[in-house]
Write a protein of this length. Structure first.
Ligand code: MV4
Length: 513
């Protein structure tokens, strides 16, 4: 892929950090485009700073003090003569006001229009647009319910269980499952209040709750000439508390006919908002039917598995589209093989997946056939609390799903990260479960698996006398009731995540027996 000499974008400022900033840098470098990095104090030695042609400090550490400062970022872009800004994902990537300010300043925003962001960021507006475009939506309303009584009326019409959702929500925020009429009033009042506090918009709507659906998304790409293409699906059901851990392309349950139907629906969804650039249309899939859930108006973390299967560079396509080129060279790409992604997070699975902070003391990356590592970590790097916990994306590509799975097992066994705990162990276990091996899992699979693990661990430690068993049951009950306590090391320094030992400690005054 080479750009014509008169391509209008010669220098890109990357308004992001971590692995996505390095990912964008790499495509720019391959295109011969100069790069500008911006960085917080904590990121002053970061890889994206080292790789960029130019780098400018934003000061501060938290996102609000650094990567969310649109004015400062735009001022740097103008000062260094950047022609365009790529926002990556998160931070300012779905901030319509920032996109408009970039364009008003005479630069190009490498992403969709603020109109597309606005419609798709409002779940009720997006549902209305989808109904108008004949895109199947989850059964339910397209208007806000004004109070609990209206919510109850809507729920009666739809049929329980229902899901209450905040129109300004997304990604798991502002949603409530309601099983029966007795619960709806309290659920509405609390959920609407939370939405008002979190988003400044308490509008709620009601839809049918699909029990343990699969979460399947379609990658789309549009250009400024009205062309929109799709690049198949990604299966994203393996999530914990709405945090994806393992994704794969294609989905093990989608046949070619369904792929084309979902792809056409995703293209129609994108065309309904004149979508330009890369985006993702999320669906819920249940019993062979699919329903529009929401559209993400940005490049996503998991875009790499689509790149591996379709042989496309989506970041390059975003840049070409921002430079007014068409996407005709992507027409007719045939997917081949299978790709699996594991998000390597600095979290402690034995401590409720809480962030694991520290310095990366040792690092051994896997390699060999079918291995792609998208990361920005390096030996000596400090893992700080300021940003999300993702260290890397491990991607395995294979001729078929089983080869991709086995390669991911090899990747996880070759990998070594010293200094912080990671999610690698849980992923390694999950990939070897019967459910995963058979492609038979849904959005509840990972949480059920983790609960089984906890229960199995408790069972392993269970004592034999009844009085102690009563204590253990009480501990499990408290844990299930959400009082998941931080595990503190005992006086002898022995930290354990066993609820049995924790309960014993409480029973015997702090000393493990
Ligand atoms: C749903 C649903 C089932 N039925 N809506 C989760 C976050 C946001 N993307 C919307 N989500 C869901 N909406 C209806 N009508 C299931 C999900 C869902 C999910 C829900 C709970 C726990 C994990 C989940 C993972 C993906 C999707």
């Amino acid at each position: 892929m080479t750009l014509s000499p008169d391509f209008p974008i010669k220098k890109v400022l990357i308004a992001n950090r971590g692995e996505i900033a390095v990912r964008i840098l790499r495509s720019c470098r391959d295109l011969g485009i100069d790069t500008v990095a911006v960085y917080s104090d904590a990121d002053r030695n970061a890889l994206h700073v080292r790789f960029a042609n130019e780098a400018f400090p934003l000061g501060g550490n938290t996102p609000a003090e650094s990567y969310l400062r649109g004015d400062a970022i735009l001022a740097i872009a103008k000062q260094c003569g950047a022609d365009a800004i790529h926002p990556g994902f998160g931070f300012l990537s779905e901030n319509g006001a920032f996109a408009e300010a970039v364009e008003a300043a005479g630069l190009r925003f490498i992403g969709p229009s603020s109109h597309a962001m606005a419609v798709m960021g409002d779940k009720l507006a997006s549902r209305k647009a989808m109904v108008a475009a004949d895109v199947p939506v989850v059964p339910g309303g397209t208007d806000a319910v004004k109070d609990a009584a209206a919510a109850a009326e809507a729920a009666e019409e739809i049929g329980y269980p229902v899901m209450l959702k905040a129109s300004a929500g997304g990604g798991g925020k502002g949603i409530r499952v309601v099983e029966n009429p007795e619960e709806i009033e309290t659920a509405f009042t609390t959920a609407s209040g939370e939405a008002q506090n979190a988003f400044g918009d308490g509008r709620m709507y009601v839809e049918k709750y699909l029990v343990e659906p699969r979460h399947i998304e379609i990658q789309v790409l549009g250009d400024k000439h009205g062309n929109v293409l799709h690049f198949g699906e990604r299966e994203c059901s393996l999530q914990r508390r709405h945090q994806k851990l393992i994704e794969e392309a294609p989905s093990p349950v989608i046949d070619e006919a369904t792929r084309q139907r979902m792809g056409s629906a995703a293209v129609a969804a994108a065309k309904a908002v004149d979508y330009v650039s890369a985006g993702t249309v999320e669906f819920l899939w249940s019993k062979g039917e699919f329903y529009f859930l929401e559209m993400n108006t940005r490049i996503q973390v998991e875009h790499g598995i689509t790149e591996e299967v379709y042989g496309v560079d989506l970041i390059t396509q975003m840049i070409r589209v921002a430079g007014d080129e068409t996407i005709e060279d992507c027409v007719g790409l045939i997917p081949r093989g299978h790709a699996i992604e594991v998000r390597l997070n600095a979290e402690d699975p034995e401590n409720n997946f809480l962030p694991s902070l520290g310095t990366i003391r040792n690092l051994r990356w896997p390699g060999g056939p079918g291995v792609r590592i998208d990361s920005s970590v390096y030996r000596g790097m400090d893992v700080t609390p300021y940003y999300d916990s993702m260290l890397a994306k491990l991607i395995a590509y294979g001729r078929d799903r089983e080869q991709a799975r086995r390669r991911m097992l090899r990747i996880l066994q070759e990998l070594h990260v010293g200094g912080v705990k990671t999610s690698a162990g849980v992923a390694l276990q999950l990939l070897q479960t019967k459910g995963f091996r058979e492609g038979n899992y849904d959005t509840g699979f990972l949480e059920r698996y983790m609960e089984d693990q906890d229960a199995r661990e408790v069972a392993r430690d269970l004592p034999d006398d009844l009085e102690e068993i009563a204590v253990m049951v009480a501990a499990i009950y408290r844990q299930r009731a959400g009082a998941r306590r931080h595990i503190k090391p005992t006086a002898d320094g022995h930290a354990t995540n066993s609820w049995v030992a924790q309960a014993r400690r409480e029973q015997h005054g702090g000393q493990v027996r």
